[in-house]
Write a protein that binds this ligand. Structure first.
Ligand code: 4LM
Length: 397
């Protein structure tokens, strides 16, 4: 194929975009700017920067050149005008909500969210006069009713943590547009290598960069991307005043390093997770497997339309319920019992007692996060070793 006039591809941008070694003594790898503050060329120049009349770096809480490069790459990979990097996924979520919402506003959240995100909305934001409505955004009628005029924001994950429900981004965006709500999608599980929500009509896309973007389990970080004007508001209000959740320059560097192999790693995560999902589905001890690649009916159509791969997370429920699930977890030797996801190591956790313990038990049950569910984040080890460990643990339990 002749690519002479084609724009650079995803992996090329993840590796090169926004950096010219000639600007840094020829260094192949971008420098890490470990600085908290910046020298003003004159007193007047400093004042003009504070007034927003002159471009440049003022203070490290809101901007740093290493962070700027990461933001440029993430904006490009998500197809956004701009991006903002923050200290964690929760930092990104809080900074976004606090920048765009005020007392009296109504927000609609999907019924399945990461536990701390759910708590932020249902226990945190409501203390400040924001109305939070929970809806099943896989149900078109419930979505249309929830997104009635006057709704300011709709917030969801797809695939959702921990049970991997998939939500039709274009359908929710169409319903939201009719009512005037901003669509915010947490794309942590899919990453832009597999799914780009802005292309399907979302207004903002968010990440816990702690997961696949960093990719090595050695940092916390967050990203939000969207229109330049909105991102500037989140930087100027949510980051600078409301959270101070600034990403360290070292972590910005590590996420830039992770992005170089994102597409490659996601291919491997998807291939290994597909095999684990098939193994679980065929094992007599397993009652149910949740994996986007095994979706059926309308959900399978959504997966085909909006995802280029099925991701690295697989959840399952054992026939013996929660007790059997915990026995399997304890019998694993290679697979590590830990929360978080997207790392080179295969991890397993129990959502009801760990990542989703913030849900009241009856809401957890109502929201499809059953007590028997265990969640695997399939890593990059030799696939046969992962499968052998899981098979042995299932047989033992
Ligand atoms: C976990 N998750 O599931 P920080 N959005 C999604 C997430 O899964 C998470 C966050 C945001 C897990 C952490 C223990 C979809 C986190 C929050 O942890 O603040 O970077 O991201 O295992």
């Amino acid at each position: 194929m002749d690519r002479r006039n084609a724009p650079p591809g995803f992996a090329t941008r993840a590796i090169h975009l926004g950096y010219d070694p000639a600007t840094a003594e020829g260094a192949l790898t971008p420098p890490i700017y470990m600085t908290s503050t910046y020298a003003f060329e004159s007193a007047e120049a400093g004042g003009e920067m504070f007034a927003g009349q002159r471009a440049g770096y003022v203070y490290g809480r809101t901007k740093n050149p290493t962070q700027t490069l990461l933001e440029a790459r993430m904006a490009s990979l998500e197809g956004a005008e701009a991006a903002l990097a923050l200290a964690s996924g929760m930092g990104a979520i809080a900074a976004t909500a606090w920048s765009l919402l005020a007392a009296g506003d109504r927000v609609v959240i999907d019924r399945t969210l990461y536990g701390s995100t759910y708590a932020f909305f249902t226990q945190g934001l409501v203390r400040y006069g924001v109305e939070v409505a929970v809806a099943d955004l896989t149900d078109p009628e419930a979505t249309a009713e929830a997104l009635r005029p006057g709704t300011r924001m709709v917030y969801f994950e797809t695939p959702a943590n921990p049970n991997l429900r998939v939500i039709d981004i274009a359908a929710v965006a169409a319903a939201a547009r009719a009512g005037g709500a901003a669509v915010v999608v947490d794309n942590t599980f899919a990453t832009p290598a597999l799914q780009r929500p802005l292309e399907h009509g979302a207004d903002l896309v968010l990440h816990s960069a702690t997961k696949y973007l960093g990719g090595h389990g050695d940092l916390l970080g967050g990203i939000v991307a969207g229109r330049a004007e909105t991102i500037a508001r989140i930087r100027g209000t949510g980051l600078r005043w409301m959270t101070g959740a600034t990403l360290s320059p070292l972590n910005a560097f590590l996420i830039l390093r992770g992005l170089k192999t994102l597409e490659l790693r996601m291919e491997r995560h998807c291939a290994a997770a597909t095999r684990l999902a098939a193994l679980l589905a065929g094992h007599p001890a397993v009652a149910r497997v949740a994996y986007p690649g095994l979706a059926e009916g309308a959900a399978a159509d959504v997966v085909r339309r909006q995802m280029a791969g099925h991701g690295g997370l697989v959840a399952c429920e054992l026939r013996g319920g929660m007790a059997a699930g915990l026995r399997v977890m304890n019998a694993l030797r290679l697979v590590t019992r830990a929360v978080s996801l997207g790392d080179a190591e295969t991890l397993v956790q129990h959502p009801a007692s760990m990542t989703h313990a913030a849900y009241p038990p009856e809401e957890r049950a109502r929201h499809g996060i059953t007590d028997g569910l265990i969640r695997f984040s399939v890593g990059l080890e030799t696939v046969e070793d992962i499968l052998a460990d899981v098979t042995r643990a299932l047989d033992a339990a």
